[in-house]
Design a protein around this ligand. Structure first.
Ligand SMILES: [Zn+2]
Length: 241
């Protein structure tokens, strides 16, 4: 077989592994990198979550693979994309999902806004990820020390001081924090508020009629998580799935 044929064959197999041909047992990464130390594109939500957890473990342990960054992989992705999860995360510079989960180009369909808030455009983007890109899993990812959540607490504890558009973010976060005991220790309060805000975003997503139907029919799963700045761990929450 000539090298041209081999390259073409590898490309065809890779397309299959991405989900555009018959399912294959070989991993596209293994084929391209000559390595077996990799994972197939997960077929379902359970597999997608497992892949995120494994990647996060590598990241925590300082053994990230940084796969899916090569020129050959980029070349494959010019034809299409098949991300395995839609992730709604905060814009915080310390919490980029691709690094936290040790994934690469084409793996995640990512939305990042301060406070991982829900707004009409966000819902539309999540909907695109699920309906058009067929990601089996949606993750709402908050993080410790979130400035947007902290600013919301400040406003609840004191008085509105934020700029107009930051204030608009706060108005979207605030309803999810209304059950919190504001007399709690400030550090504990922020931790509780970050988790409450993740659950608030999940609740808003899961109660949209189309999303509720997709969840009921098990076409998609929804999970929440909180990223810990110091340990690098994503603590996944119980809840809607
Ligand atoms: Zn944040």
């Amino acid at each position: 077989m000539t090298s041209t044929n081999l390259t073409r064959r590898r490309w065809l197999i890779a397309m299959g592994a991405l989900g555009f041909g018959k399912p294959l047992n070989a991993s596209v990464e293994a084929l391209l990198a000559g390595s077996v130390n990799t994972e197939l594109n997960p077929p379902d939500a359970r597999g997608a979550l497992e892949r995120l957890k494994k990647g996060n473990r590598r990241f925590m342990e300082g053994v990230s693979r940084h796969a899916h960054e090569s020129a050959s992989w980029r070349s494959l992705l010019t034809k299409t994309q098949k991300p395995f999860a839609t992730v709604l995360a905060c814009s915080d510079s310390r919490a980029p999902p691709e690094l936290i989960f040790d994934v690469g180009l084409g793996d995640l369909f990512t939305i990042r806004l301060a406070g991982n808030i829900i707004a009409a455009d966000v819902i539309g983007t999540v909907q695109y990820g699920v309906a058009h890109l067929h990601t089996p899993l949606v993750v709402v990812l908050g993080h410790e020390g979130c400035g947007a959540v902290d600013a919301t607490l400040e406003e609840m504890l004191h008085k509105p001081t934020e700029l107009k558009y930051v204030g608009a973010l706060i108005r979207l976060i605030k309803p999810g924090l209304k059950e919190l005991d504001l007399n709690m220790d400030r550090t504990a309060l922020l931790s509780a508020a970050v988790e409450a805000n993740v659950r608030w975003s999940m609740q808003q997503l899961s109660t949209m009629p189309e999303a509720a139907r997709a969840l009921r029919e098990k076409r998609v799963s929804l999970v929440g998580g909180v990223y810990e700045l110091a340990t690098g761990r994503v603590r996944f929450l119980d809840g809607v799935s």
